[in-house]
Unconditional design. Structure first.
Lengths: 618, 589
């Protein structure tokens, strides 16, 4: 048990909160609604501590006052009292556990809701800067650390603290000389615990690194096993893995050396205290300076007071880690949403779908200059990602946007749904500035199909219905048919009720895309944003997707980040974007005749297609 | 249980360590059992007998017992963990070796993440049981029996009174194992579900925001949060009903000892020292019972883990050398498929259905067909990644099953669709198939694969680290390194699963050049994605749903096969529409 404590503490992160005070106060704020229950908990903890101290005292009194004097009635009285004390202790610890645990869990549940609500308020700007994986693992770890503190740690430490105080008082009251002599062991024990926890922390850091290496190697070699077999490399890999595996084993054996030494040392110290009581107490008893009962009571006390000392000395580490976790969580909760509905925001009435960009400029650096991932823009925070963009899309038109990676294509379409706010100029829909209407009413009239359709864990029907929650089964099916997804869905084991794994991994990319299109068709938005996929799918699926897209684009205002020639050809306007500016615009045909950059791109493409032309005529 | 015995066989090489740990543990237990006797002597003979020399001896005895216990406690913990770490090491190695050698059909099914869990978590569970649970079980028994013997030999009346506490504590523990432990699992499951929703909302934030589904997601999250809270509170109540109760029963045992024992002391049949010693034994008795819960948990987890580990070890290795397998002599490169059929284990549908063809040394064979028509299967059968279910694959007249796998694959160069690179330097990756290759050779194939220029562009050149901790390469760059890797082996037979990955036109051209060089003078099998490859092939195999529907040269097939014409047409369509953006990127960038 003791070993556990020190190991657990050693495996925690070593960072503390930068400002413990405010974090602690804030954490207390979460506990405040439970102040009545907390008072009861405090009472129960005190009662528990009292019964812990009273037990050995009563036993001592029974031995001295009753047994030694052959007082049967006295023994009965003391024993009934002891029974009451034990029962009280049982009730106290039981209800203390329930109350404190419940308070802890309720607090944690509230914290989780706060975190989630915060995440929902934040704009894409925030998520661009935080890789989902990192954010996820941090949130999971941090709430877990806090869970440990709130549900057990706090009550346990209070119990230890008061229990220790109770025992110390009882010992001092019973026999100060014997008490003070036995306390000699305490500082030694504190130092030993400190030293060992530092040593084991170092040792465990090594083991964490070693097992990390093993895992990395495993991951790579299992994922690449086919290549290894193809190249007859398995033998070499086995030797290499065995080396890392051995390094891990040796690091662990070294750590074990430390952790195995700790319990015996503590054990020896606690026995030393027993020996002091037996020897010195016995000496006092022989000279009638104390009674046998006192010595017996002391023997119990010294055995009881080492556990709380252990717990208190490792609690410091736990508390530090918890505060650091809480601080990170509060930092997140405090992140001010950069896009909020104005107080007088209107509901956007059903729109025709005219989209106007009026001299729009945008950069990612407007808010506190955090790191912008290079995938979004290669420019520094101060340069504009979009520079003076003006466009006018009439209801029902298809606007194709082409340009190199980093030209600002994605940013441009993201401004329509107000996923970011413009820095200059305005985006208007049917004359409404997108900043003057509620985001919900704006986005409910928009549909979006991403390169890789994100699917939720759940059934196929649930995933399509995400487009419109109140759609009937028949409507979902109609949308799936329109998206050319119905056929493959019917071939799935449970057709529409087939459960998709995490992220829809069980489907091919093409199938995921068809579901994404079905979702958008079901939503039936006036304005559609489409980011065509770049990765190739097989010919059959490609044709399905193209025909589904034609259905989807029909009679809505559509903005397409285009990768397909067929889409570009069919567009009403083609915008060629470069470094945040529109460098050319017009229809495919107009741009070709103009003989500018687009035309050149198109010609260069024909050079590559030449052999295929030969094939066709052959 | 059988499974555990099998796992315990891995302790065999470390039996002395384990025996040492076991012996230490027994000595510790004996020392524990001796302490109350020392106490008895202190009280009865020392204090009551007013004999201070006894006190001195007893105190020294305490310290001596503690020291012995300390030493053996250490050796017990250290040796058992050391042994267990070695066992874990051995098991991990055996598992890794097994996984490295299991054939493709196994790895097609297995998920990397799950295999990882088995090699890390499951091995740890087993290790934990071996180092902790196993020995604790022994120590539990020693303490339990030892305390009972001591109690009954001191005063059997009193012992009987105390004995009642054992079944009642055990009952509470059993209830805990049966009722409360499943609650922990429920908490874990609900927490997992809740975090699943959180994860989806982080990864899919764009979709959630775009469809304005925040209220829906919040409702979902809140409901699952409530469910988790409920499960947590249930668990807390279950816990609260267990441990405080066990402590109380133990306390009632103490009460009984003092009360009835007190009467016996008054009656003169028991001494105060014996009473105190009796009480100490009671504490020793409680300890093992408290541990039952922990050990049962460890035991059941270890069994589950061991089962999962042995499942891997017991998997039949499908592709193995026959006892009479010969070393494949250097081949010319004539490859014959003689009436080959193939279907995956457990599947009714043949992936290849009576396929026969022959490729002469130096020929380029292009394989065409829709997704799922069996193209990849053909190329996977040549290096014997799978075994045919009918017919035979012959290389220079040798059936691939009659030669050793190593000698067979040695002569085949493969560029797989999945151009996995391993963490390490570029040079390591090119020399993957021939770790002893000289730098000159590596550089030469780098050049031949059109990779030299971009490699030389890195500050560290061929020593540039790639993979998770290094430079990220583009798809086209990875592909060229994979080509160099295959080229370094200078194989007589070359296999290219050259599927389209999105690379720009310029890179594609370079890759094409590299492939043309690579093909020269070797028998090459190419899964054709590009018309130019098909046209220059000596033999085109056209597959449809596992059947070889046509074979011949481009010109013959254009004349003779309607399907071929169609496919050429549709692929031309597909390729053309997929390209403009990439060209745009390439020119503007």
């Amino acid at each position: 048990m003791m070993m556990r404590g020190i190991q657990a503490a050693a495996q925690l992160e070593e960072t503390g909160a930068s400002q413990s005070g405010p974090v602690l106060r804030r954490l207390m704020g979460y506990l405040q609604p439970f102040w009545k229950e907390l008072l009861v908990v405090l009472g129960l903890v005190l009662l528990g501590a009292f019964t812990q101290a009273a037990g050995p005292y009563l036993i001592g009194r029974a031995i001295d006052g009753a047994i030694a004097k052959s007082d049967r009635a006295g023994l009965n009285r003391t024993m009934v009292l002891l029974l009451v004390v034990y029962l009280a202790g049982w009730v106290a610890s039981r209800f203390q556990l329930i109350l404190m645990g419940t308070i802890g869990q309720r607090t944690l549940a509230r914290l989780r809701i706060d975190i989630f609500a915060t995440l929902q308020r934040l704009s894409l700007r925030f998520f661009d800067q935080q890789p989902a994986g990192d954010l996820m693992s941090r949130l999971v770890n941090d709430t877990d650390v806090l869970n440990q503190l709130l549900s057990q740690g706090l009550a346990q430490v209070l119990g230890s603290l008061f229990g220790l105080v109770g025992i110390v008082i009882a010992m001092l009251a019973l026999e100060p000389r014997l008490a003070l002599t036995s306390f000699v062991v305490i500082p030694v024990m504190l130092v030993a615990t400190r030293v060992f926890s530092n040593m084991s922390r170092r040792a465990f850091r090594d083991t964490r690194e070693a097992i990390g290496d093993v895992s990395a190697e495993l991951q790579e070699e299992i994922a690449g096993v086919k290549v290894a077999q193809a190249f007859n490399r398995t033998g070499v890999n086995q030797v290499r893995f065995a080396q890392r595996n051995a390094a891990n084993r040796d690091a662990n054996v070294r750590a074990t050396m430390v952790t195995s030494a700790f319990p015996p040392v503590i054990d020896v110290l606690s026995t030393a205290a027993t020996a002091i009581v037996a020897g010195y107490g016995g000496y006092l008893a022989i000279h009638n300076l104390v009674t046998v009962g006192v010595v017996v009571a002391f023997l119990t006390y010294v055995q009881q007071f080492f556990r709380p000392i252990q717990q208190l000395s490792t609690f410091y580490t736990t508390a530090q880690a918890s505060l650091a976790a809480a601080e990170r969580i509060f930092d997140l909760v405090d992140t001010a949403p950069d896009i909020i509905d104005p107080v007088d925001a209107q509901l956007l009435p059903p729109v025709e779908g005219r989209v106007v960009f009026d001299h729009v400029s945008f950069n990612y650096g407007r808010r506190a200059a955090a790191n912008i991932p290079s995938s979004t823009t290669a420019s520094s925070a101060s340069t504009l990602v979009l520079d003076d963009i003006s466009l006018d899309a009439q209801p029902g038109q298809t606007i194709a946007i082409v340009g190199p990676t980093g030209a600002g294509k994605t940013t441009l379409v993201n401004l329509i749904g107000r996923f970011y706010d413009v820095v200059d100029g305005a985006v208007r829909i049917d004359g409404w500035d997108v900043r003057d209407v509620t985001r919900a009413s704006l986005r409910s009239q928009m549909g979006i199909v991403l390169q890789d359709s994100f699917l939720f864990a759940g059934t196929i029907i649930e995933n399509i219905r995400y487009g419109r929650l109140d759609a009937t089964d028949a409507e979902v099916e109609a949308a799936a048919r329109a998206a050319n997804a119905h056929d493959f869905i019917m071939r799935m084991p449970h057709t529409y009720k087939t459960r998709l794994g995490e992220g829809g991994r069980t489907l091919s990319q093409g199938q995921r895309q068809l579901l994404g299109i079905a979702r958008a068709i079901l939503a039936n938005p006036r304005i559609l944003i489409l980011d065509e996929a770049t990765s190739s799918v097989d010919t059959r699926t490609e044709l399905l997707i193209q025909s589904a897209l034609r259905t989807l684009l029909k009679s809505r205002t559509s903005f397409v980040i285009a990768h397909r020639l067929s889409t570009i050809r069919a567009a009403d306007q083609v915008l060629v974007l470069r470094a945040g500016r529109i460098v050319e615009r017009g229809t495919h045909q107009e741009l070709l005749t103009r003989g500018g950059m687009y035309a050149e791109l198109y010609r260069r493409q024909f050079r590559d297609e030449e052999p295929f032309e030969l094939v066709r005529t052959a | 249980m059988k499974v555990l015995l099998r796992a315990l066989a891995y302790i065999q090489p470390y039996k002395f360590l384990t025996l040492g740990a076991l012996l230490s543990l027994i000595l510790v237990s004996v020392a524990n059992l001796a302490s109350p006797q020392v106490l008895r002597i202190v009280i009865d003979r020392g204090i009551h007998g007013k004999d201070s020399s006894i006190l001195v001896w007893a105190t020294l005895a305490f310290v001596a017992v503690a020291a012995i216990r300390g030493v053996f406690n250490f050796t017990q913990g250290y040796w058992s963990e050391k042994g267990a770490q070695h066992v874990a090491y051995d098991i991990r190695n055996v598992l890794f070796d097994k996984l490295q050698n299991l054939s493709f059909s196994y790895h097609d099914q297995a998920q990397t993440g799950q295999l990882m869990t088995r090699l890390t978590n499951d091995v740890d569970q087993l290790r934990n049981f071996i180092s902790n649970g196993l020995l604790q079980m022994v120590s539990m028994l020693v303490l339990l029996i030892g305390s009972l013997v001591a109690l009954f030999s001191m005063d059997w009346h009193l012992a009987l009174v105390v004995f009642v506490t054992i079944p009642s504590m055990t009952a509470v523990i059993i209830r805990f194992i049966r009722v409360v432990r499943p609650m922990f699992r429920q908490v874990q499951a609900r927490l997992g579900a809740l975090n699943g929703v959180l994860q989806e909302n982080l990864v899919g934030v764009r979709v959630v925001q775009a469809f304005a589904r925040e209220p829906y997601e919040a409702a979902r999250y809140t409901q699952m949060n409530e469910e988790l809270l409920e499960a947590n509170i249930n668990t807390i109540q279950g816990q609260a009903a267990s441990f405080p109760t066990i402590f109380m029963i133990a306390n009632l045992g103490t009460l009984a000892v003092i009360w009835f024992g007190g009467y016996q002391v008054i009656g003169g049949s028991l001494s105060v020292g014996q009473l105190v010693a009796f009480n100490s034994y009671l504490a020793l008795l409680t300890m093992p019972i408290m541990m039952i819960g922990m050990i049962v948990g460890q035991l059941s987890r270890a069994i589950v883990s061991a089962e999962r580990l042995f499942e891997i070890l017991d998997t039949q290795r499908e592709i193995a050398d026959r006892p009479d397998a010969i070393t494949l002599p250097p081949v010319g490169g004539r490859i014959t498929f003689a009436d080959v059929s193939f279907r995956y284990a457990g599947s009714e549908r043949p992936v290849l259905d009576h396929v026969s063809f022959s490729a002469e040394p130096g020929q380029t064979v292009a394989i065409m067909g829709q997704t799922g028509s069996g193209k990849s299967t053909i190329i996977n059968l040549i290096p014997r990644f799978y075994d045919v279910t009918g017919g035979g694959v012959l290389i220079d007249g040798h059936d691939v099953r009659a030669v050793t796998v190593e000698s067979l694959r040695e002569q085949i160069g493969i560029v797989l669709q999945d151009t996995t690179l391993f963490s390490g330097t570029i040079r390591d990756n090119i020399a993957y198939g021939r770790p002893d290759a000289s730098f000159k050779d590596v550089e030469a194939v780098g050049q031949a694969a059109q990779a030299h220029d971009f490699i030389a562009g890195f500050p560290d050149g061929y020593e540039t680290i790639v993979g998770e901790r290094g430079v990220t390469l583009s798809g086209g760059q990875k592909q060229r390194i994979a080509i160099a890797r295959a080229l370094l082996r200078d194989p007589h037979i070359l296999i290219l699963d050259d599927s389209t990955s999105s690379v720009d036109a310029e890179t594609e051209y370079q890759i094409q050049q590299a492939l043309n060089i690579l093909r020269r003078g070797r028998t090459a099998f190419v899964i054709a994605q590009r018309i130019s490859t098909v046209r220059s092939a000596d033999l085109i195999l056209l597959l449809d749903d596992g059947k070889l529907v046509a074979q011949g040269t481009h010109d013959t097939l254009l004349r003779e096969s309607e399907l071929y014409g169609k496919i050429i047409d549709s692929q031309f369509e597909g390729e053309r529409v997929a390209e403009p953006e990439q060209v745009v990127d390439n020119v503007l960038a």
